[in-house]
Ligand binder design. Structure first.
Ligand code: F6R
Length: 638
């Protein structure tokens, strides 16, 4: 089944075959990737139907395949029947009832089976309710059913951050079959987003084995988001071993890995392309961004400050090409040093005009026709309430202190991140102080979400007060995509875009800040950025747009890599402390945040440590040693 995109993938992996041991195809956006995978499934279903044959699909759950399933539902609505499809799901939590909100039975119904016409008796999902004593026999039966169906034609996989495929956690043997398995701690931490707290995440699961998966005739494994980048690189480039079970896929004859740009970002060909071969051979060039990427890498590798790197360092680390372009190491070092130095500014909104009319030298990293406007109208887009202070709280504080008009738009309600027990505490308090009686009925999901959103708003207002932002300048957009469930889950509608465009037109900002992190595992940040991009397109004819400058922040999950930093705002120790106070106003999701722990904290948690880590990096490169630094990437609007 050689569709053209699969051919592309093979070609690109041949060029990099010394490094990559699984063919890869990279898409700009997860949705594009998902559409291609859905197309492949639909083609297979169509061809088999034409030949009067059945097709056996192995299916995964989790956030990764959701867009694929949405696309399949759309293809079905347009007329393709899936009645010739037999499905086998990879796994199910154990013990769990099929109707539990987090069971994979329910997930599959809501996201796929309810929207297709696969006959009920052709659907198989491992049973999470069987008595423990029947486990071995039930697992054996599952294997038998797969064999009787003729084996799996196409297996869809995601990859966990432990490198698991299915729930085959580190240590799983290549010969393992369907069985009960203990979940890795990291996997359970990642599941908190669904189960609300760690204690509620099951400790075990039933999973198809590695052998079962490898027997599939074709495998398509997908990974989206920067949080998957390290494990993707290990799975594709690392040695085959039980530590990362996805490495077993390297031995499969017909496996394809489908990635978005963020998940591919730690592959050698992307992270250090000079190690793969001359840059022009991969269509790349030694532009400033590539130079910064290389010099930063070399400084880390040699453990030297940039200005101390020598010709020998460049030569012995596959950077001869760069060296010959610039003549000598010192030229390159200085170029890097000046560029990075010019990103540093304590005046993110620009400097005020001077009293005595002497010309003001504006920060070199700021540009745009409105550079001299003071004070500026500034609009900060925060996906969830809290992302603003967590990621750029220090900069926010500065902008407010410099008397700019700082507006903050909270894009989604944030209700998903408020635990039931937090809501319960608020409701109790409300009852105790004799407020309006609140509904005892906890089954109205919509009302619970509204109440949780109210908590998020109160916390956002408290955090804004700490940062001295005018509470009248807070805008709670409550974008509708975030509230959607089932087949519509996370689907963007024109309303999301119109609401955002309307706010932009109302504020007419001189500066915009938006979350540009592709590491958020829930995908919400990515969708919020997509919506903002569309909204800005709608506004592109407006006068204010021509004068507007935009910055992308990260921070909560990881900071910008040095080569992508265009503005660096240093924070003093007292600003760091105030930022901490602002973050802690978001009590309802404090359990999810690692704040200033000075160590890595819980894996998978967003963290304000990133600003510390960046300042350590600047220091190691030979730049000034600040307490913390928040970084921004220029977002070219025009
Ligand atoms: C799900 C499964 C798992 C997931 C993996 C990634 O059926 O078997 O291996 O594919 O944990 O999960 P997401 O897609 O939620 O990142």
């Amino acid at each position: 089944m050689n569709t053209s995109w699969y051919q592309d993938a093979l070609t690109s992996s041949l060029e990099t075959s010394k490094w990559e041991h699984i063919p890869i195809v990279i898409f700009e956006q997860p949705r594009l990737a998902a559409t291609r995978v859905a197309q492949e499934i639909a083609d297979l279903v169509r061809h088999r139907e034409a030949d009067g044959l059945k097709v056996v699909l192995g299916l995964a759950t989790g956030s990764t395949p959701i867009f694929v399933y949405q696309e399949l539902a759309r293809i079905h609505r347009e007329g393709l029947s899936f009645r010739n499809v037999i499905t086998f799901n990879l796994d199910e939590y154990f013990p769990i009832s099929a109707d539990h909100a987090q069971s994979y039975h329910r997930f599959m119904r809501e996201h796929l089976f309810d929207h297709l016409d696969i006959p009920e008796n052709q659907i198989h999902v491992p049973d999470g309710e069987i008595p423990r004593g029947d486990m071995a026999a039930t697992c054996e039966r599952y294997e038998k059913q797969i064999a009787e169906a003729g084996g799996i034609d196409l297996q869809i996989l995601g990859i966990g951050r432990t490198g698991h495929i299915g729930f085959n956690e580190p240590g799983s043997s290549r010969r393992s079959g369907t069985r009960l398995i203990h979940l890795d701690r990291l996997t359970r931490l990642d599941a908190i987003k669904d189960f609300q707290s760690e204690e509620l995440v099951p400790r075990t699961a039933v999973t198809m084995g590695v052998k079962t998966i490898l027997q599939a005739r074709r495998i398509v494994i997908m990974a989206f988001g920067e949080h998957k980048a390290p494990i993707v690189a290990r799975a594709v480039e690392g040695e085959v071993n039980a530590e990362v079970t996805a490495t077993y896929l390297q031995d499969h004859e017909d496996c394809l890995m489908v990635l978005d740009r963020a998940a591919a970002s730690q592959l050698t060909r992307i992270q250090t392309p000079w190690l793969v071969g001359p840059l022009h051979e991969s269509g790349l060039s030694w532009n400033d961004s590539m130079l910064r990427r290389a010099v930063n890498w070399l400084a880390q590798k040699t453990n030297k400050a940039v200005l101390k790197l020598t010709d020998e360092d460049y030569n012995s680390h596959s950077l001869q090409e760069l060296l010959s372009q610039h003549g000598n190491a010192y030229e390159i070092n200085l170029r890097f040093f000046r560029q990075l130095q010019n990103t540093i500014t304590g005046w993110p909104g620009g400097k005020p005009p001077s009293d005595d009319k002497t010309p003001v030298v504006q920060p070199r990293c700021l540009r745009g026709p409105s550079i001299a406007v003071y004070p500026k109208r500034i609009l900060i887009f925060s996906p969830h309430p809290g992302d603003d202070v967590l990621s750029m709280g220090g900069t926010l504080l500065r902008l407010a202190e410099h008397k700019h008009d700082v507006h903050i738009a909270y894009q989604v309600s944030g209700s998903d991140s408020v635990k039931d027990e937090v809501l319960q505490r608020y409701l109790d308090f409300h009852e105790q102080v004799g407020g309006v009686p609140l509904p005892k009925d906890r089954s109205d999901a919509r009302q619970l979400r509204t109440l949780k959103a109210t908590i998020c708003r109160a916390e956002a207002r408290a955090a804004a007060r700490v940062c001295r932002v005018n509470p009248d300048y807070l805008h709670f957009l409550d974008l509708p995509f975030y509230e959607k469930v089932g087949e519509q889950y996370r689907q963007v509608s024109p309303e999301d875009i119109t609401m955002t465009a309307r706010l932009l037109d109302k504020i007419m900002p001189h500066q915009i800040y938006a979350a540009g992190d592709l590491a958020d595992p829930h995908g919400t940040h990515r969708i919020c950025l997509e919506i903002l991009t569309q909204a800005l397109k709608q506004c592109s004819g407006q006068r204010w747009f021509a004068e507007c400058e935009a910055w992308l922040y990260r921070g909560a999950w990881s900071e910008w890599p040095i080569h992508e930093v265009d503005m660096a705002v240093p924070l003093s120790p007292s600003e760091v402390a105030t930022k901490g106070r602002a973050v802690f106003q978001h009590e309802s999701w404090k359990h999810r945040v690692t704040m200033f722990s000075k160590d890595a904290g819980e894996p998978g948690k967003p963290s304000a440590d990133a600003a510390y880590a960046t300042s350590r990096q600047f220091d190691a490169l030979g730049m000034p040693d600040y307490e913390a630094i928040e970084t921004f990437h220029r977002w070219a609007l025009r």
